[in-house]
Design a protein around this ligand. Structure first.
Ligand code: SF4
Length: 214
């Protein structure tokens, strides 16, 4: 079995239901929730979105929202001030530049304030099922440890590499599975290697073992 097949097979056995944990009810809520999820947990985002979307349910409503009110609605989140600014700014851009409709092209999405390549990719996965492996901090870490990229490689290049290695039909699943695997097993500080089924194909593990053995 090729290493990529081992990775896919293991993730499917360990995380068969891997999916996005953010709660949303339409495309606008989805985009806002993903923007708010940077450097915080999906659970934290899900706690603040009911009030935010009740107060400002559309791009038009959020575009005209007072900054202080949006900050108050999402206050428990880290970086809430910059996120509140971005939510209002991206709503204004949707209203002003795109006539009130969220663009469905990844490059155009990336023109919105607070929306980078990862956010745009996740949005298109969740709302349109567009195949991609958007790279967040978990995907980046797992990919580098498994030898698909050097540490510090640009997320866009990591995504391209992963999409060359794995079949397109698995891209969306792999994005979610890498995120869950990174959260549950391959932690940033202390990966739980003794519980990981990828020991045999993991360059990071092999390197660390040989270092400890010297
Ligand atoms: S063996 Fe350790 S470092 Fe390698 S993928 Fe598994 S948890 Fe991560």
């Amino acid at each position: 079995m090729a290493p990529s097949e081992v990775v896919l097979s293991y993730l499917k056995s360990r995380f068969p239901e891997a999916k996005c944990a953010l709660v949303f009810h339409n495309d606008f809520e989805c985009l806002c929730a993903i923007v708010m999820s940077a450097q915080t947990t999906d659970r934290s985002v899900n706690r603040v979105t009911p009030r935010l979307f009740s107060d400002f349910p559309t791009p038009a409503a959020l575009a005209g929202a007072p900054l202080e009110k949006v900050e108050s609605d999402i206050h428990p989140l880290g970086l809430y001030r910059s996120k509140a600014k971005n939510l209002i700014a991206l709503s204004k851009a949707i209203q002003g530049t795109f006539g009130g409709t969220i663009p469905q092209d990844r490059s155009l999405l990336m023109s919105l304030p607070g929306v980078g390549k990862k956010t745009a990719g996740v949005y298109l996965i969740e709302t349109k099922g567009v195949p991609a492996i958007p790279v967040d901090t978990h995907v980046s870490r797992v990919a580098s440890r498994l030898g698909y990229a050097k540490i510090g490689t640009d997320p866009g290049r990591i995504e391209e590499k992963l999409e060359r290695v794995f079949p397109q039909g698995e891209w969306i699943y792999l994005h979610h599975a890498f995120v869950e695997f990174g959260r549950a097993v391959c932690h940033a500080k202390n990966p739980v290697c003794h519980e990981c089924g990828l020991l045999g194909v993991c360059p990071y593990f092999k390197k660390n073992l040989s270092t400890k053995g010297k």
